[in-house]
Design a protein around this ligand. Sequence first.
Ligand code: OAD
Length: 232
Amino acid sequence: MERIVILTGAGISAESGLATFRASDGLWEAHRVEDVATPEGFARDPALVQRFYNDRRQRAAEVAPNAAHLALAKLQRDYPGEVLIVTQNVDALHEAAGAEVLHMHGSLDGALCAACGHRWPAPMKMQVGEPCPACGAPAGRPDIVWFGEMPYHMEEIFARLSRCSYFVAIGTSGNVYPAAGFVQEADAAGAHTLELNLEASTSASHFAEARQGRATELVPPWVEEMLAEARR
Ligand code: OAD
């Protein structure tokens, strides 16, 4: 049986209207990454960090999945083999399109207690000192994996990479590990590796094949190719 592992990044949500991380000015929605995506940044200025993710949560609630999200959901539904979708994105657009995904960098819809580790659905606006419903500590934070923290689902993802036949990375710049190293893992397992991205990513040279363009233009035809190949 064929097994496909797909890794998505901010580029797949760009055409839905969500900003990517690495714009040409190196800033992320006018903030330094260290200020809004590290535990140290949160300790220094929790109000800034909560406001930053509150704004992103609000924005993510206003947008809809695009043709690339919908095509991946179709592949997952109709492909006769296994299709694992792993996303670095914290929006819920894959789910809104009808797909099941592993969120390796967490989710804007989740809250996490920094004191006891309890998780619960995040309110649209999280406050500084948001109380944990389990232990009562005023330690609620967005359930987002920040720099210096361990991404989620790593064991399962590496197990699936080690026996996949196709690995496809979509809309990711290849700058952030461990995701940027998935291609080498899949390559070592003998998988065909394909990058679908607006431009050649930092890890493009590790892929057997690369196609450049917008996700909404590249992903639907690739999904049709995979479904046609499976029918042959
Ligand atoms: P980046 O912003 O680093 O990269 C987005 C990639 O998508 C770039 O290579 C763009 O060229 C490409 N792109 C932009 N628009 C596109 C489109 N319409 N179609 C196809 N590709 C397009 O985002 P990520 O690689 O996802 O981590 O960033 C990885 C991680 O860095 C994020 O998950 C986040 C960030 O720090 C955490 O928050 C922990």
